[in-house]
Design a protein around this ligand. Structure first.
Ligand SMILES: Cc1cc2nc3c(=O)[nH]c(=O)nc-3n(C[C@H](O)[C@H](O)[C@H](O)COP(=O)(O)OP(=O)(O)OC[C@H]3O[C@@H](n4cnc5c(N)ncnc54)[C@H](O)[C@@H]3O)c2cc1C
Length: 508
């Protein structure tokens, strides 16, 4: 086996996965991470007695009999994690009409409950549930993930199409339009909002079918130990495999041998805890795409397609996340409630109309017994928070406090007495996401997954630059845990192919 050296930028899930597969295949790897802990956007932080989980909501395919399960196993995730099944996706509440409904994995009940909202929408509901049923049993998260574009030949494409033959009709036409357009068929305005918000309104309708199918199959799990423990399990596996990781080490430049156009190492920013320059045979960036390509590499290795992508593609809209540490048990409450507000409130130029309320009552690590973390997120504008923080730091702090109070007032209507039980309040804005992960404009999942972007195969390499690869959510539109983890595997598959050795995996 080879003993080539690999430098990996970023200890998010993709960077750690790259490191694990590199070590399994005999490469000597070293991860450099900007933050002081692993996980990237899959982040947790402590506030007094409360562990705030600002990351992953659910894990897809956490049970055996899927290719993704094998991936989790190889990366040490199954060994260390606890993933209680998600039986209900969440509750949707319309404050104006007082109606509420739970999106459950029991598809018969789901159909009946949704039809009860407005019988005139029976046709749409039947269509939605039929889509979910058709996708049950599919190893969707692993679809198209077995190989990177660089290694996928015509035979692989045919194999993939054959594997997808049962679902192929969903990837074209009506079901490949954005969920928001698919939802237009709803007669009832609230049902329309509900269908749109099953995930992001921009995702293709089939994506919502897939989520419902996973739910119905019992293939969605909650992270009972939190996102940081999840990342730590991959970090542990990586270190056991002999990998090396340096935290608080921000890469400022990817070093390139300009004559040969090949990556040769990285230079760390001033003040980093390690020597400034590190050399390796191969450099992998599992960090933010824009800064990798245009800052760390100075924009020298782009083609029209890359330029167009970074000029025109939308990003996941960033969020404000308000967390309350509350001296109250929320036994039996759904872990997720989506509130359509009767009284929206302003943030910058926007009126906030929908709040997602997560209740961390499914694990013991989040709060002491009898206490709970309640987390509220809503979409917001990057520029508003960024400019405010740049120009007026006290104003930025005051705005965070105002937003926390506005949100709490809305929650009080659903959980009376809550305000008096709040012991800790923490507000994270898109700028917070950027500060800790350097993701462009606080885009915590990278590109906005639209019917067009989600199906785009982005190479893991850049034109004209040798010995350099990219992993993570910026090369797999829409991000998510399985794609990010697979992307690390992809990079090492390419490396092995180029080095003439067989790609191998192992389990802990
Ligand atoms: C609130 C939330 C909920 C989510 N829910 C789900 C879910 O339910 N299911 C699901 O599958 N996915 C979910 N995701 C998405 C999933 O967590 C991400 O897509 C995935 O973790 C991205 O991993 P990554 O390694 O590609 O990127 P990142 O996590 O962004 O990692 C990049 C890393 O690179 C580091 N870095 C950046 N620049 C530099 C530099 N110059 N030098 C050194 N280091 C650098 C960053 O600090 C970071 O650690 C969620 C994400 C969030 C935030």
């Amino acid at each position: 086996m080879t003993q080539k050296s690999v430098i990996i930028i970023g200890a998010g899930l993709a960077g750690l996965s790259t490191g694990c597969y590199a070590q399994m295949n005999g490469y000597r790897s070293h991860v450099f991470e900007h933050h002081s802990v692993p996980g990237g956007v899959a982040a947790c932080w402590q506030r007094g007695e409360y562990l705030i989980d600002g990351g992953i909501h659910f894990l897809m395919s956490h049970k055996p009999e899927s290719a993704i399960y094998d991936l989790y196993h190889e990366l040490g995730i199954i060994r260390d994690g606890h993933f209680p099944d998600l039986t209900d996706y969440g509750r949707f509440v319309d404050e104006t009409s007082g109606r509420d409904v739970t999106i459950t994995g029991n598809l018969d009940r789901l159909a009946a409950d949704l039809k009860a909202i407005d019988p005139a929408d029976a046709g749409l509901i039947d269509d939605l549930v039929a889509g979910a049923r058709a996708m049950q049993g599919a190893d969707m998260g692993a679809m198209g993930m077995s190989k990177p574009p660089e290694l996928a030949g015509r035979l692989d494409t045919l194999k993939q199409l054959w594997g997808m033959r049962r679902y192929f009709r969903f990837f074209v036409g009506k079901y490949n339009q954005p969920l928001s357009e698919y939802a237009q068929a709803a007669h009832d305005p609230w049902l329309r909002t509900l269908v749109e918000n099953l995930f992001l309104p921009e995702v293709p309708a089939w994506f919502a079918f897939m989520l419902l199918a996973l739910l119905a199959d019992g293939q969605m799990g909650l992270l009972a130990d939190g996102s940081l423990a999840f990342a730590r399990s991959i970090e542990r596996r990586y270190l056991e495999l002999g990998g090396q990781v340096t935290y608080k080490a921000t890469v400022e430049e990817i070093l390139v041998d300009a004559e040969r156009d090949k990556a040769v190492g990285v230079r760390l920013a001033d003040g980093a805890t390690a020597p400034a320059e590190h050399r390796a045979d191969v450099v992998v960036s599992a960090a933010d795409g824009r800064s990798t390509i245009f800052k760390l590499l100075g924009g020298r290795y782009v083609d029209d397609e890359i330029s167009k992508r970074y000029e025109t593609w939308g990003l996941i809209r960033p969020t404000v996340m308000v967390n309350y540490g509350v001296a109250r048990a929320f036994a039996g409450e759904p872990h997720l409630t989506t509130l359509k507000l009767a009284r929206p409130f302003p943030v910058g130029q926007q009126a906030i109309e929908v709040l997602m309320v997560r209740i961390f009552n499914y694990g013991e690590r989040f709060a002491p017994p009898g206490k709970t973390v309640v987390q509220v997120t809503f979409e917001t504008a990057w520029d508003y928070w960024h400019d405010l923080r740049e120009k007026d730091r006290p104003g930025y702090k005051a705005e965070k406090a105002r937003v926390a109070a506005e949100v709490l007032e809305r929650l009080e209507a659903h959980w009376p007495g809550l305000s008096a039980q709040v012991e800790e309040t923490d507000v994270a804005t898109p700028v917070t996401t950027w500060r800790y992960t350097l993701n462009d404009r606080g885009a915590y999942m990278g590109w906005l997954p639209t019917p067009q972007t989600i199906m785009t195969a982005i190479p893991r390499t850049l034109p004209g630059l040798a010995n350099f690869y990219m992993a993570g959510q910026w090369v797999l539109p829409g991000g998510g845990v399985p794609p990010s983890l697979y992307s690390g595997q992809h990079v090492v598959q390419i490396l092995c192919k180029r080095d003439g050795q067989q790609f191998v995996t192992s389990v802990p």
